[in-house]
Design a protein around this ligand. Structure first.
Ligand code: IPE
Ligand code: IPE
Ligand code: MG
Length: 224
């Protein structure tokens, strides 16, 4: 049975779900947030230590401003409501990506990170304004200023995911088989599950099935 330390998720399909069921892409985002809550609870139950959620990409700025604003407001509301709960439940929140939002939101994010920084049960990495190519360039710029050797171990210290083990599992809902600039370095050996369902339809049974399948996969890492 494979050990499972880290699950990463590309939560895709909110917009399509919203259009189909509520005639509004934005309402799909609200619905998607409900799924986040029970996936967090199940992750804790399974004693998985890291959960990385792709919430907003560097490319998502191309979307219409009413959708971007809706998403960022949703995030603000989520942080205000959950920061205390995270503290109480021993959940650590870390933002991966550059915090380039409104001053108010940047502050809320930094505060939530600070308040939860010593928590141990589960670490949630929220990928916000995150793009893997940006992250890699950032790392190259920083390591090239140092005198240390350029090798994998040193390079990883300059990624936003410093000190976080690589994901064992990547889940992408929403019926697209692509990475969309997510964790290109870190996913080198992850087991990838592309799921047809849209994110708001993804449920605990779907999550459990993936974990069950993962446990039985023969992971080679190049060996036999
Ligand atoms: C993913 O759902 C959530 C974000 C990108 C914020 P989408 O909004 O991409 O939903 P679809 O893929 O358009 O249905
Ligand atoms: C990936 O979904 C980003 C998030 C889930 C936050 P997108 O919907 O942005 O991906 P593409 O553009 O369809 O590849
Ligand atoms: Mg999408």
């Amino acid at each position: 049975m494979n050990p499972l330390n880290h699950v990463a998720i590309i939560m895709d399909g909110n917009g399509r779900w919203g259009l189909k069921n509520k005639n509004s892409r934005n309402l799909g985002h609200s619905e998607g947030l409900k799924v986040v809550e029970y996936i967090i609870q199940e992750t804790i139950k399974k004693k998985i230590k890291f959960l990385t959620l792709f919430a907003f990409s560097t490319e998502n700025w191309k979307r219409p401003s009413y959708e971007i604003n809706y998403l960022l407001n949703l995030l603000e509301k989520f942080l205000k409501e959950k920061a205390k709960k995270f503290s109480k439940e021993d959940i650590k929140l870390k933002i991966i990506g550059k915090k380039k939002f409104s001053n108010k939101l940047n502050k809320l994010l930094t505060e939530a990170e600070k308040k939860t920084s010593n928590n141990k049960k589960l670490q949630i990495n929220l990928a916000l304004n995150y793009g893997s190519k940006d992250e890699l360039i950032h790392a190259v710029k920083h390591i090239s200023k140092k005198k240390e050797a350029i090798n994998q171990k040193n390079f990883e210290k300059y990624l936003f995911t410093k000190n976080i083990p690589d994901p064992d599992i990547l889940i992408r809902t929403g019926n697209h088989n692509r990475l969309s600039n997510f964790l290109l370095w870190q996913l080198a050996y992850s087991e990838i599950f592309f799921i047809k369902k849209l994110w708001p339809d993804f449920n605990i049974q779907d999550y459990r099935k993936i974990i069950y399948k993962f446990k039985k996969i023969k992971r080679n890492f190049g060996n036999i």
